[in-house]
Design a protein around this ligand. Sequence first.
Ligand SMILES: [Zn+2]
Length: 72
Amino acid sequence: MAALVALLALSLPIVALCYIAWCYASPWSTCRRCAPGGKNRTCRACDGTGMRPRLGWQLYVYARRLHRDGTR
Ligand SMILES: [Zn+2]
């Protein structure tokens, strides 16, 4: 059990790093609400574009804006 916990603790930063790199490589994902059936112009989740920013990318944009507004 302890080995499993240690393994999880070790792999968490690696997974997080991979996710950050993945978000950086392709910040836009397809909209899950309307992409399977093609673009939906009335979709409110993506404003009809069929593309949505990833959660990690949204967090990055939020942090960047916060930093910029705080250091001006
Ligand atoms: Zn959509």
